[in-house]
Design a protein around this ligand. Structure first.
Ligand code: CA
Length: 486
């Protein structure tokens, strides 16, 4: 390569429109729907590979000495042919096939595909044209009649061989442009542009046919034809009913209604349900007017919660909270610890030692020893100490203590947590619960000496009361008293 200062810089052939330069600049290929052509108008389908060079003046590729380009292929998609024409598939000469023969009358249109690889004979008014690799060529024939006016121009391309024209996105739902401004519509569509999808079965419950055989269902319905109602009540994540409301399924929706004892909060149809005083009897035989809620500063008065900072003392059912575990009451336990030396001695750690005011007496090696504490024989969560009153009493609280360090006991023991069980008839026991029905656990002692008083948020009436330890330190050892009144 030689250049001079005055001559323009050589241009490089880096690209060809709608195609690709290959073989290090010696060949080229065209994109789909384009064909290699010489700039002088001739198709270059059979140009010799490796025959190309770069014209450094223009920066354009030339092959076999002639500039080349990629031209659109005429008939690679449905084409539109007019007026009194007949199309023969040359294969028909061997295999007669009516489907490959097209009779076209004046004013009618024929749509067909001329693939680049197809060879068709096209015979308008007995003049024959050949479709070769996507382009029409005139073909000589002995009995060509004169007087027809087909214009060949365009280097033999048949002028009426062209793409049918529809505006962009004219045919909907996969319809094809079939003739100019006409669509060939897929199944389950209608309209000139296939713009109306059809659904069968039809979309029920006001669902809309969104695309062929596809319904868009309104919220609350599902199914091919939106025929099924969603049961929103079956799963809690499909409805927003409040925990304290009942969900009722309805066609296309659902409703929420606060359960008994709860009222709609904020007029939101069961989406938020507030406790009412009426919910409180789940505590037992509580007079709602004397109950307070878990926030401790709400008082239920005449069916309404009101916030108060008043001390609730004196507002309970009992004007005085008496000690109820006394000589008139009977204590019993699930089991009691015994010293193997004194197998028959049950009073050392028995029920009677479980009174809050019991005191340790004597030395543990003596048969007259009294521990001043109830201790169970087994350390599991099935142990209890129970008091039975002569008649049902109003219970307002429980007091407990553990086993202190004494001359007989080096290590203190205590119950850390218990549940409360109570019964009106001493046969059927209830667990003391929160307003939502979940079991209430009471935090009890933290050492072997001090007393722990647990007032009940809401008094209960019971003849039997059981303290059932659920967590303990060292051993299940405790004494207790019940507060309340007749
Ligand atoms: Ca529903």
């Amino acid at each position: 390569m030689s250049t001079t200062e005055s001559s323009p810089s050589p241009k490089k052939c880096t690209k060809i429109e709608n195609g690709l330069i290959t073989d290090r600049g010696k060949s080229f290929t065209c994109n789909a729907d384009y064909k290699p052509s010489f700039k002088n108008g001739m198709d270059a389908i059979l140009y010799a590979r490796y025959s190309c060079t770069c014209n450094q003046k223009t920066g354009r590729l030339q092959c076999m000495g002639t500039e080349v380009e990629c031209k659109p292929i005429g008939c690679t998609i449905p084409a539109n042919v007019q007026q009194g024409m007949t199309l023969f598939d040359p294969k028909e000469r061997r295999t007669i096939s009516a489907a490959n023969r097209y009779e076209i009358h004046h004013g009618q249109f024929l749509t067909f595909t001329c693939e680049p690889s197809d060879v068709f004979y096209f015979e308008p008014n007995r003049r024959m044209f050949e479709c070769v690799k996507g382009s029409w060529f005139s073909k000589k024939r002995s009995n060509v009649s004169n007087g027809d006016s087909w214009d060949f121009g365009n280097n033999g391309s048949f002028p009426e061989c062209r793409k049918v024209i529809c505006p962009a996105d004219y045919c909907k739902f996969g319809g094809h442009c079939h003739r100019d401004n006409e669509c060939l519509c897929p199944a389950q569509t209608s309209g000139k542009q296939c713009e109306t999808p059809l659904c069968s079965p039809e979309c029920k419950n006001n669902g809309t046919c969104e695309s062929p055989d596809t319904c868009h269902c309104l919220d609350g319905f599902y199914g091919v034809g939106c025929e099924n109602d969603i049961d929103e009540c079956r799963k809690s994540d499909q409805n927003d009913c409040h925990h304290f409301s009942n969900c009722t399924n309805t066609p296309g929706s659902y409703t929420c209604k606060c359960i008994e004892g709860y009222v709609d909060h904020g007029g939101n149809n069961g989406r938020k349900c507030a406790e009412t005083c009426e919910a409180l009897p789940t505590y037992g035989n509580c007079d709602a007017a004397y109950c307070r809620d878990k926030k401790k500063n709400h008082v239920c008065t005449q069916g309404q919660w009101t916030v108060t900072n008043l001390c609730l003392k004196g507002k309970r059912e009992c004007s005085t909270n008496e000690s109820l575990v006394n000589e008139d009451s009977t204590l019993s336990v699930s089991s009691q610890y015994y010293d193997p030396m004194f197998l028959n001695e049950t009073e050392m750690f028995g029920a009677d030692q479980g009174r809050l005011n019991s005191k340790e007496k004597g030395t543990s090696s003596d048969i007259s020893f009294r521990a001043g504490i109830w201790a169970s024989a087994f350390t599991d969560k099935n142990q209890h100490i129970q008091v039975k009153f002569t008649v049902p009493k109003t219970i307002t609280g429980i007091e407990t203590r553990g086993r202190p360090v004494t001359v007989n006991q080096e290590i203190p023991q205590w119950v850390e947590e218990y549940r409360l069980m109570y019964s009106k008839d001493c046969v059927t026991f209830n667990n003391y619960t929160h307003t939502d029905g979940s079991e209430m656990k009471f935090s009890a002692n933290v050492d072997g000496n001090s007393l722990k008083h647990n007032p009940l948020p809401c008094p209960v009436v019971a003849q039997c009361v059981r303290v059932n330890p659920t967590r303990w330190n060292g051993y299940i050892s405790m004494a207790f008293d019940i507060n309340g009144c007749d």
